[in-house]
Design a protein around this ligand. Sequence first.
Ligand code: SAH
Length: 376
Amino acid sequence: MQGHPWVFGNEVGEIDGPVNAGDIVDVFTHQGHFVGRGYINPQSQILVRILTRDKSEEVNEEFFYRRLLKCWEYRKKIGYQENCRLVFGEADEMPALIIDKFNDYLVIQTLALGMDKWKGAIVDALNRIFSPKGIYERNDVPVRELEGLTQQKGFLSAPFDTNVIINENGLKFHVDIENGQKTGYFLDQQDNRRAIQHIVKDADVLEAFCYTGTFSCHAGHYGAKSVLGLDISEHAVNTARRNAQLNNLQDTCKFQAVNAFDQLKQWTREEKKFDVVILDPPAFTKSRENIQKAITGYKEINLRGMKLLKPGGFLVTASCTNLVPPSLFLEIIDMAAKDAKKKLRQVTFQTQAQDHPILWNIENTTYLKFLIVEVQ
Ligand code: SAH
């Protein structure tokens, strides 16, 4: 199976027959060869998203059951049990579908009309495969409006307590399925959180953009002397404090609800110093027009992060902007180091956890960049 699963409107010569938004359609080349079968939305720039390239495969309830089962079998095969991203859209040949599994609970997002129409079939399949304790829809995502869909969230099962606790790397974390960011928790950093294990020992650690304090709690757990986590969201910081408590780390891990850009700037001016600085900001842009702004943003925070380190300290830095490829991210860090007059020694350069597959035939699926460097 080759090629990108998106067919743009300007690539299509003609639409044969009447279609309704969300219908399943067949796509052919100009020569009449079958390309694939997928769902159409004339209102979207992405006219068709391919679901299958097998001409004999019908898209029906059973199709979704088979596909979800395949996703689960794959996750189990590569070692996942309790928590995982069960479905990662295009990377699982399920365009615009996201499903996260937090032990017995499932959180789903259907981000395109053609996928949203199959929500019932998806929920039935999940019930058949997992008999979950609960299923929740986090479709409160602006991108749905481009598809003519409304933003909404709520139960797709009998109501349940949406504050669940998950295990990760020997720690416990609260996941607020209803009011947390995205699906409630960032599973993509689970291996990267473990990667800080040795460098944080006896260290004074600063984590900016800490969300619910997962890296901070890992730092505390791995023996940091002190940990300070910053996030602009009060809700995130409150959950971070509860996470520290849940792991009995409340004496080591402290959190503040502040704007990290301002705080980093102020502390650089005051020449405050840490042994380890962790930076995991939100995506700075989703469009190519703003890529320069994203580059400037990454450069600025990383420059400040480096300046806040004692000589020989470690910078732990991540970027989830999928329009910034790994090579560009490294270039930005290099520019920041030159400006800060620092020398870098790479400890590790990683990507997202394996339950967010990287497809070699689809660009930008290596979306998460995670770098640890020693800064001299
Ligand atoms: N490292 C976290 C995920 C971070 S997501 C984890 O692994 O779970 C990015 C976070 O940056 C979000 O929690 C968001 O609230 C926060 N954020 C966005 N703008 C910010 C700002 N200006 N200052 C501080 N935090 C900010």
